[in-house]
Design a protein around this ligand. Sequence first.
Ligand SMILES: [Zn+2]
Ligand SMILES: [Zn+2]
Length: 342
Amino acid sequence: MEAVGKTRPEPGLTRFDAQMPTPGPGQVLIEVESASVCGTDYGLADWTESAAVWGSQLPLIMGHEYCGRIIEVGPGVTTRSVGQRVAGESHASCGKCTACQRDARHNCLNLWIPGVSHNGAFASHVAVPESACFPLDDRIGEEAVLFESAGVAIHAIQQAGDVAGRTCLITGAGPVGLFLVSALKAMGAGQIAVLEPNRLRRERAGSLGAATFDVHQNDDLVAFCKEQSAMNGADIGFEVSGAAPAYGTLFSALGLESTLVSVGHTSQPVQVNISRDVNLRVLNWKGVYGRRIWSSWDLLQELVLDGRMDLASFLEGEFRISDLPTSLDEIKSLPGKVLVRP
Ligand SMILES: [Zn+2]
Ligand SMILES: [Zn+2]
């Protein structure tokens, strides 16, 4: 079959011929309906330091955001069956390690990530552990391909706790930041302020109901958060950009007893004044990695099914997997997400 991914440890994506996968013990074979692309893929394509960390065997078929139908199951599969339409959970877990036993399967000690540590879905078929796919409700359409990335936004909200009526600040309005605006609105959050340097992304966040600020409008943003919260400051901050300077804005705008949820992975260390920024504020600081399996998925599906979240509206382009090597830059420039088909 035709596949797209890495054949050499250097920048660039390649189209190559790969063997049709067969499902091993505990695995299912999925016929890929569509896939999508995210920052992790850009990192792998450019072969950045963080991509190399995975030590993936090359050639590697990329693609970790996808949906499709199970057409075959390997020996010993008990929880998934042929014919099920599923979306891919990229954090395949063993179910046996201490993390898995403690409701932290997203952080499984034997984590297996299709498209990153093992062959993924930029192809017509992908074989993955049965633990790595979410059975979809029949009413979910092609937006299923966004469940993996939107699920990160849902996990961020789960980490923040009750968001109803709370003033929220989001730094970074890439796809996950935009999913957050939409999900926060769906869950009854109060005012939402968004800090984002890209005009198109600001406009998109604005159309979803957020008050938007350019990076040069830091003071206005801080003033806005205080006005919305009886001068205390924002109740919840979500750092989604992965840009270290965003923390300066967050620590200026967050109020006492507030919550900070780190979603973006910063490549640079962040300087924090523990006394002023964390202790005196009595800050509740949470991290996010992947999705809660399966509570983030269940909650997201519920929000989509009852019409509170219009995930399909985030799909703004359609490409072929075989065109990815030449289309990746164009895809990267779009504020929303794209669908790529085999
Ligand atoms: Zn991704
Ligand atoms: Zn495990």
